[in-house]
Write a protein that binds this ligand. Structure first.
Ligand SMILES: O=C(NC1CCCCC1)[C@H]([C@@H]1CCCCO1)n1c(-c2ccc(Cl)cc2)nc2cc(F)c(Cl)cc21
Length: 219
């Protein structure tokens, strides 16, 4: 339930963003696949590019349902999506990683991802981020909100008002919303690594879908 001191339009905004987010969830099958089988680095790279391609399409649908987004200048809409797609992918990966899997599965998942072909130097910052996102124990509204903030410029006035939502779910932590936004700084650093992570993947041939070439600035 949205906090009492939320205005009617803020409540509607939270519900709209949550509904959009839940309608466009990526199925957790990537975690199941990874837990089920040990893949080669080639298969892992293919899995990543397939999942990332799917996620970009899902992200576009989610973004179109964020109230007000479609009334933005079209160039801006593209720029916002292009600028946030990599971060949204890492954020989604962090949320999948920290979603409740049976005990012990997280270790298996972490181990499989560590050996998936990613260069060693990127494993630490990536898992630091995954664990810091997990430590926030975000509920679906907060996950949807953080994804929407990642896509939209975070300093829009109405997004700040949404901090009331976090106050309700984390009453003992007045700084919770600031912590949430702090994760965006960590997310931007992963964005910086992304091109290197992809190009240094231990596969002989890095193949991408046309959509990823567009979004990831590769090939
Ligand atoms: O497919 C992945 N993520 C998708 C992307 C779209 C949204 C849903 C999640 C990747 C692949 C899976 C095969 C092995 C290598 O990691 N992945 C990454 C990751 C993402 C960016 C780069 Cl550049 C490297 C690795 N972190 C993950 C954490 C996880 F818990 C799980 Cl299940 C998968 C994760």
């Amino acid at each position: 339930p949205p906090p009492p001191n939320c205005s009617r339009e803020q409540r509607a905004l939270i519900q709209a963003i949550l509904k959009a987010y839940e309608r466009h969830q990526i199925p957790h099958d990537v975690a199941k696949k990874l837990l089920h089988d040990q893949y080669s680095v080639e298969e892992n790279f293919l899995l990543l590019t397939e999942m990332a391609t799917n996620q970009v399409q899902v992200l576009v649908e989610f973004t179109k349902n964020i109230p007000g987004f479609l009334s933005l200048d079209h160039e801006d809409q593209i720029a916002l999506l292009k600028g946030s797609a990599v971060e949204a992918m890492f954020l989604r990966s962090a949320q999948v990683f920290s979603s409740k899997t049976p005990a012990g599965h997280t270790e298996v998942l972490e181990d499989r991802i560590r050996k998936s072909g990613i260069s060693e130097e990127f494993i630490i910052p990536m898992f630091n981020f995954y664990k810091s996102i997990g430590g926030l124990h975000m509920n679906p509204e907060e996950q949807a909100l953080l994804t929407a903030i990642t896509i939209l410029t975070p300093d829009r006035p109405y997004v700040k008002d949404q901090s009331k939502l976090c106050t309700l779910h984390h009453p003992h932590e007045p700084q919770y919303f600031a912590r949430l936004l702090g994760r965006l700084t960590e997310l931007r650093s992963l964005n910086h690594y992304h091109t290197e992570i992809i190009s240094s993947w231990r596969v002989s041939d890095h193949k991408f879908t046309p959509l990823l070439c567009e979004i990831w600035d590769v090939q």
